[in-house]
Design a protein around this ligand. Structure first.
Ligand code: ZN
Length: 323
């Protein structure tokens, strides 16, 4: 309570809020900032921590032969500024989780795409001056030979594969080439850009590379956890690759055992597909037979049991396949 004054009462003035322990300096600064045209100084508010995001390299394009028919195919299908950054995004998000400092991601300050007449499909390399500047060289002859219906997806698919090489770890140059290429095709597969001729296949070595290993890595993700390929890539960061111990440490099993389990899963998958196909065929044969029987038996509709269930036809085909 305040003391009663005997002085004349002045006209009322706007009441100013009083400084008090309940108001923080931040609040005062915020109010001051808002008076200033609603703009905040950098330190006028307590901002939430920004979400970690991926690095953004400089992206460049160099077309070495505009007269080449492949250049026309390329530019009719592909928007360089959009598609190149989309390729970076999909590759980084499939290989890494962003952190505050992104120290777990290789330095890559720029990527330059060179379109040029050459044999083969494409390759990736560090620039002569600085390995942090990457170059992707893409063959215009190859681009020109892609069937029209496949041009857009094939161009982006190859680019995503090559972009993986800009960002993946390689165990200081000691990782098996097939694993490096397998990770690149795994990312292409997960990006929804696998070409129609790719197929899962057992047999041979796990590290034969490309889609052969890419599908194996996809199976590892389903059997050992969603982040498996990210873990494999990060395990290739600093140390030299030693097959003994590498896979056991990550998944508790040797890679040869994982490969056998993968082959087993393919066999089961194939068996299932054949069973469904055979049941479909048998059902249609059964309907034909019903139709015949209906005619012969004058509408009694008796089924022919020879075609029901997992019959001998399915087993014979399975054995042929295994041999
Ligand atoms: Zn490659």
């Amino acid at each position: 309570m305040s003391a009663v004054s005997t002085e004349p009462t002045p006209s009322p003035l706007p009441v100013r809020p009083q400084e008090g322990p309940h108001r923080s300096k931040d609040e005062d600064r915020r109010k001051a900032g808002l008076k200033n045209g609603g703009k905040h100084d950098n330190d006028s508010i307590t901002r939430p921590h920004p979400k970690p995001s991926f690095p953004t390299p400089k992206l460049r394009l160099s077309t070495l032969d505009l007269d080449h028919p492949g250049s026309n195919v390329f530019f009719s299908n592909w928007n360089p500024s959009k598609a190149l950054s989309e390729a970076v995004d999909v590759v980084l998000s499939l290989l890494y989780q962003p952190t505050k400092n992104n120290h777990h991601i290789p330095a890559c300050r720029s990527v330059t795409l060179f379109l040029q007449g050459m044999g083969g499909v494409a390759y990736t390399t560090g620039s002569d001056l600085d390995i942090d500047h990457k170059e992707i060289h893409f063959s215009l002859d190859y681009i020109n030979g892609i069937p029209p219906a496949r041009q857009k997806d094939e161009i982006q698919g190859v680019l995503v594969h090559e972009m993986v090489h800009c960002w993946q770890w390689n165990a200081v140059g000691t990782a098996p080439g097939g694993l490096i290429e397998g990770i690149a095709d795994f990312v292409r597969l997960k990006a929804g850009l696998s070409p129609p001729h790719w197929k899962k296949e057992g047999g041979g070595q796990w590290d034969a590379g490309y889609q052969h290993t890419g599908y194996f890595l996809e199976w590892i993700e389903s059997a050992c956890g969603e982040d498996s390929v990210r873990k494999i890539n990060l395990a290739l960061k600093d140390k030299k690759y030693e097959e003994d111990g590498f896979w056991e440490q990550l998944f508790g099993k040797k890679v040869t055992l994982l490969w056998k389990e993968y082959e087993g899963s393919l066999f089961k998958e194939q068996k299932m597909v054949m069973k469904i196909q055979d049941e479909g065929e048998n059902r249609s044969k059964s309907h034909e037979t019903d139709w015949d029987d209906d005619i012969e038996m004058n509408g009694e509709g008796k089924k022919d049991s020879r075609f029901e269930g997992d019959g001998p036809v399915a087993k014979d085909r399975l054995n042929e396949n295994r041999a």
